[in-house]
Design a protein around this ligand. Structure first.
Ligand code: URA
Length: 428
């Protein structure tokens, strides 16, 4: 790289970078040798000018190589992985993993704690007493070989350039760029060693991508990177114009996942999980049926085995009141009769975060017990005064405040409203 200034100037003036220049820049980001102000100047230039598909792939590969790759050589091939771009009430992973295990498609999933409306999958699983995620790659592989699935925390050194870039993007309004999001997501999947990747790209008013066109573009960019990196990749576009599952909150989402698995995955959450499982099972070259794994009860038995293998109390599966629960519940009621037409999904997510279910800063503590239960879906009829939400809050004042926010987040109309599909597209 002739100089960082030249690199910034190239992008500022709309020129494409060479692979070598991208590698040198990413190495400088990861090592800390390029100051934040130069990195952020480049980020804004890339946000405004864009990156072409070749540059996006080069950026992704350089980011994936910026730290240590997860060594999954002990896992049977192909190694499969799944990623969600993030939404509200998205407790897919805790039930997808045991379904895959029951289909004999082993998976080691690395998840984050992360910032969001609720904690990440690691936080949700932490609601199960004793469940450990601080396991070494060797321990995770041993559990996945024995039980069929394992869940660990992303190591600090997985794609460190992404961590450095993401922190600066977050502080400079440069998160919402399709090439930058795609490179960020895929750098971590590639560094985590996956051969076959299924992506759940959320679309709607609770997602990064609000409209189908931009979600489709993101999905196409993600799939193109996967192909370019030699990893078979499929993306499903799934609806995020309402919370995916009936619960938002860490322990509540684990409970909702258990209920969904036990009742045959017939709800919206289960529909999304089975669609993702079908893709992964097929990619792995298996003809097992995820639906059969659920309906036969094998998946719920796998969930117990998996929880126990990671040191957790598997009796929560049959005795969910053992999960953290707060004592104070408030209901938010429908302001009028009619049909539920729309909800402001991100407002519902923010309400859960304000209860303490999610973090705003990395150092924030989260409250595993608190959250929101949604009693109605879009297309459901409602009576005036009927409960729409149950709020589990740490104190009464907050419960009232959040209840009012939730009531205002619903649009109820006079005429019947169609239910909306969960899976709205597939790219791959
Ligand atoms: N998720 C990521 O991992 N990175 C982004 O840039 C956006 C969402």
């Amino acid at each position: 790289l002739s100089s960082t200034l030249e690199f910034i100037r190239d992008k500022r003036d709309g020129r494409a970078h060479s692979a070598a220049d991208i590698r040198a820049f990413v190495a400088g980001v990861a090592s800390g040798s390029i100051p934040d102000y130069q990195i952020t100047a480049w980020l804004m230039a890339a946000f405004l000018r864009g990156l072409d598909p070749r540059e996006t792939l080069d950026l992704t590969l350089a980011m994936a190589d910026s730290g240590e790759a997860l060594d999954l050589t002990g896992m049977p091939r192909p190694v499969v992985d799944k990623h969600s771009t993030g939404g509200v009430g998205d407790s897919v992973t805790p039930i997808l993993l045991p379904i895959l295990a029951a289909c004999e498609v082993p998976i080691v999933k690395m998840s984050g704690r992360g910032l969001g409306f609720t904690g990440g999958t690691l936080d949700k699983m932490a609601a199960i007493p004793g469940f450990r995620t601080d396991l070494s790659p060797a321990e995770l592989i041993a559990i996945a070989r024995e039980v069929g699935c394992a869940l660990g925390g992303q190591t600090a050194n997985l794609a460190p350039a992404d961590k450095a870039l993401y922190r600066l993007r977050d502080a400079t309004e440069t998160v919402g760029s399709i090439p930058l999001i795609a490179a960020s997501v895929m750098s971590k999947k590639i560094a985590a060693g996956a051969d076959k990747i299924v992506l759940d790209v959320k679309v709607g008013n609770g997602a990064f991508m609000g409209d189908v066109e931009s979600a489709r573009l993101l999905a196409e960019t993600l799939v193109a990177i996967g192909k370019g990196a030699g990893r078979e990749t499929v993306a499903l576009l799934t609806d995020m114009n309402q919370p995916l599952g009936p619960a938002i909150g860490n322990a509540l989402e684990i409970e909702a996942g258990i209920v969904e698995l036990k009742s045959g995955c017939k709800g919206r959450l289960g529909e999304a999980v089975l669609a993702l499982a079908d893709e992964l099972v097929e990619m792995a070259g298996s003809n097992a049926s995820p639906r059969d794994a659920v309906e036969s009860g094998r998946a719920i038995e796998k969930m117990k085995e998996w929880i126990a293998a990671q040191g957790g109390d598997a009796s929560v599966v049959d005795d969910t009141p053992r999960l953290p629960r707060c004592a104070r519940w408030e209901t938010a009621q429908a302001r009028r009769a009619g049909w539920l037409k729309a909800v402001r999904t991100s407002a519902i997510g923010e309400a859960a975060r304000s209860l303490g279910a999610g973090r705003t800063r990395a150092e924030d503590e989260i409250d595993l017990a608190v959250g929101i239960l949604c009693r109605k879906e879009i297309g459901d009829p409602v009576a005036a005064g009927e409960p729409m939400f149950a709020v589990c809050a740490p104190d009464e004042a907050l419960a009232h405040e959040v209840g009012a926010v939730l009531e205002a987040a619903c649009e109820i109309v006079d005429d019947p409203v169609q239910k909306t599909p969960v899976v709205i597209g597939r790219i791959g």
